[in-house]
Design a protein around this ligand. Structure first.
Ligand SMILES: CC(C)(COP(=O)(O)OP(=O)(O)OC[C@H]1O[C@@H](n2cnc3c(N)ncnc32)[C@H](O)[C@@H]1OP(=O)(O)O)[C@@H](O)C(=O)NCCC(=O)NCCS
Length: 147
């Protein structure tokens, strides 16, 4: 089941991150709180299986861009098409608000995710040097043109 996320889901979202990122939580509770309460138009969706959140995705709209802020599927369910489905839902949402582009940042080393984004029509726009604080890794800024 796919449904919109609520504040009461944050504990489970932290658990999804721990499973996905080797015990790390790139977004803290306050990070999720500020996104779910963001004044920008946004959509946060969760994938629920047997009453547990097993993945989520967020998109925030700014001007005519739909920015994917976060996406994670727990390892057991990766490769099942859930990530692609959530990204397509984000695109439908952005298009319904007259966005012209979708965008996201991805680690330079995350070639699996980049492959998925390319398959869905995203292209690299530029490299953002030392974007990730904890190891100074570069990010690739990717964009998809919607029209
Ligand atoms: C990236 C991610 C969200 C994709 O979700 P997903 O449900 O696994 O993706 P899908 O099943 O829709 O698509 C599978 C595609 O994703 C890619 N992929 C990424 N991680 C994968 C994994 N662990 N296993 C299989 N495919 C993976 C592959 O390129 C695959 O494409 P292919 O079918 O052409 O081989 C998910 O793998 C994930 O949470 N990864 C760890 C966290 C992460 O990297 N988040 C993105 C940060 S920008």
């Amino acid at each position: 089941m796919i449904r919109e996320l609520e504040l009461g889901d944050i504990k489970e979202l932290l658990a999804v991150q721990r499973l996905t990122y080797d015990g790390q939580t790139p977004w803290t509770r306050s990070g999720f709180l500020s996104e779910l309460y963001s004044r920008y138009t946004h959509l946060y969706l969760g994938v629920v299986h047997e009453e547990k959140v097993i993945g989520f995705m967020g998109v925030r709209l700014f001007l005519e861009d739909g920015h994917i802020t976060n996406i994670a599927i727990i390892p057991k369910f990766q490769g099942w098409g859930l990530g692609a489905f959530l990204l397509q839902e984000a695109e439908i949402f952005a298009k319904s608000h007259r966005c012209q582009t979708m965008s996201l940042e991805v680690r330079k080393s995350n070639s699996d995710a980049q492959r998925l984004y390319r398959r869905l029509g995203y292209v690299s726009r530029r490299v953002l040097p030392n974007y990730y604080n904890e190891n100074n890794e570069d990010a690739i800024d990717m964009v998809k043109y919607l029209c």
